[in-house]
Design a protein around this ligand. Structure first.
Ligand SMILES: [Zn+2]
Length: 254
């Protein structure tokens, strides 16, 4: 086997390695490049923001590799012998994939395509969709939030298919969140997609940072809601929405 590198012992190969190391330190990491791009565009990149528009082709793979390296560092810092532990030897790669493409995909991937159609029959009766399973993680501890969501719509000029609500909710919730902000962001996206005359959203979720750690209270759940447009201005519509959700919940327990 031949090598183009100078033989060990003359000092050149270690010099070359040092130069390569210095160069590597001069080249910004992909996470630093994406952050710099977001900052120069003046765009927010909080935990529950989507940054897909600022990730160039190929960068997500490079980011996955960088996150793996940092998770490996974290495991070593936790004094876990990942070189010899068969259970954790590939944990860093799994966690990086899970964060970027599954549980936090709503930060790094574009919104699923949602086609809207003109409301040709001028439907204006309210309807609800739910329960939609929502999965998120708290921004404070990165542990799961699992729950159900109900969406009520009084249609406006555009309509979207029922299954699209599920896709958009999944995309919005798949980021580190606090529940109150998740509901607001979902409402913004639905308003943008179909401009309803009225919109109501209820989310009921269990927070593992209360079940698994902290007060360790297994039964506590958090319920919050947002109402917009006619649901906000007309108390009878808001009541109708809450009543429809109550009936849907009752159906589940029969
Ligand atoms: Zn938490």
């Amino acid at each position: 086997m031949t090598s183009t590198l100078p033989a060990n012992g003359n000092g050149l190969s270690s010099d070359k390695a040092l130069v390569q190391q210095d160069l590597a330190e001069l080249v910004p990491t992909v996470s630093a490049q994406i952050s710099a791009r977001l900052k120069s565009a003046g765009v927010s990149f909080l935990a529950n923001d989507n940054i897909a528009d600022y990730i160039l082709p190929g960068e997500l793979q490079a980011l996955e590799s960088e996150v793996s390296d940092r998770v490996r560092d974290l495991l070593r810092t936790l004094v876990i012998d990942i070189e010899n532990d068969h259970n954790t030897e590939e944990t860093a790669e799994r966690v990086a994939r899970m964060y970027l493409h599954e549980v936090f995909k709503g930060r790094y991937h574009q919104q699923p395509k949602v086609a809207s159609f003109p409301n040709v029959k001028e439907l204006d009766e309210i309807y609800t969709v739910g329960p939609i399973t929502v999965r998120s993680a708290c921004s404070h501890h990165l542990v799961p939030i699992m729950g159900n969501c109900w969406i009520g719509i009084k249609p406006g000029s555009r309509v979207i298919g029922l299954s699209k609500f599920t896709r958009v909710a999944d995309w919005v919730f798949s980021r580190p969140h606090i529940q109150e902000e998740a509901v607001m962001i979902l409402a913004d996206e639905i308003e943008r997609l179909c401009q309803p005359q009225g919109l109501g959203i209820i989310v009921k979720a269990q927070h593992y940072c209360m079940k698994w750690r902290g007060v360790r209270e297994p039964q506590t759940s958090m319920v919050n809601s947002v109402v917009r447009g006619d649901f906000r201005h007309d108390p009878s519509l808001k009541l109708e929405f809450f009543e429809l959700v109550r009936q849907q919940e009752a159906l589940l327990s029969t």
